[in-house]
Design a protein around this ligand. Structure first.
Ligand code: NAG
Ligand code: NAG
Length: 217
């Protein structure tokens, strides 16, 4: 009985969320994705001698290209752990800005995604593929540059529709310290421009009043 009540409450909360999401989409011209029309994806150089062990641990999203998967998410952090099978366990945590903050329905508020990552070609260790579902194709996760201790620049570009020559670009600057710009952010942006990636697509991530993520589940 209790759980049925809880479900009903959450259902109502969810409908409210769906409505506010629709309103949000309708009322803003918020960009939902970075698309390239007719121009192929760039082929940027990636981090040389990529050291996956130094890359492990906790990263905060400092800025990102708006993308379909992350609409309305804030407080984004990732925790990477190297596993015995040499794959990387990926735990992404975020909260949804447009969902109800109700303790009755925590699963509408927190969004924790667990996936795994590996390099398809060991000769190119910085070109990782990430899966959140074993049956889905891996999404690209290319480490363009990182100093392991302060920042990382991640990029991917893939055809959305090869017929129409539309490509979706995603990009992130991640930092070890929450909401702290990397000291070399201007240089990072400049280098991205030089390889055909437009840094003006970045939007600053929101880390106001965020939870301390326990992402070790
Ligand atoms: C990078 O991180 C290390 C370790 O935390 C720190 O000592 C160093 O000052 C940082 N460098 C920059 C440029 O922020
Ligand atoms: C990251 O994951 C590891 C392994 O699951 C865990 O031990 C660690 O506490 C996690 N770190 C954070 C910040 O959640």
């Amino acid at each position: 009985m209790t759980s049925l009540l809880l479900l009903q409450k959450c259902e109502m909360a969810f409908q409210g969320t769906a409505l506010s999401l629709l309103l949000m989409i309708a009322s803003t011209s918020a960009q939902m994705a970075v698309l390239r029309y007719g121009t192929e994806c760039p082929d940027p150089p990636v981090q040389q001698n990529f050291d996956i062990i130094r890359y492990m641990g906790k990263w905060f999203e400092y800025e990102r290209f708006p993308n379909f998967f992350q609409v309305g998410t804030r407080c984004v952090m990732a925790n990477y752990t190297l596993q015995e099978n040499a794959k990387v366990k990926v735990v992404n945590a975020a909260i949804e800005k447009y969902s109800v903050d109700s303790s009755a329905c925590p699963w509408y508020r927190d969004r924790i995604a667990v996936g795994s990552a590996e390099a398809a070609d060991p000769a190119e260790p910085a070109k990782l593929g990430v899966r959140f579902n074993e049956n889905a194709p891996a999404g690209k996760y290319w480490v363009i540059e990182t100093d392991y201790d302060n920042y990382s620049v991640v990029y991917s570009c893939s055809p959305m529709s090869s017929m129409m020559q539309v490509f979706v670009e995603t990009g992130w600057v991640l930092t070890r310290r929450k909401a702290e710009a990397p000291a070399n952010l201007d240089e990072i942006h400049e280098r991205l421009s030089q390889v055909g990636i437009d840094p003006s697509n970045f939007q600053l991530s929101d880390h106001e009043s965020c939870p301390d993520w326990p992402t070790d589940d």
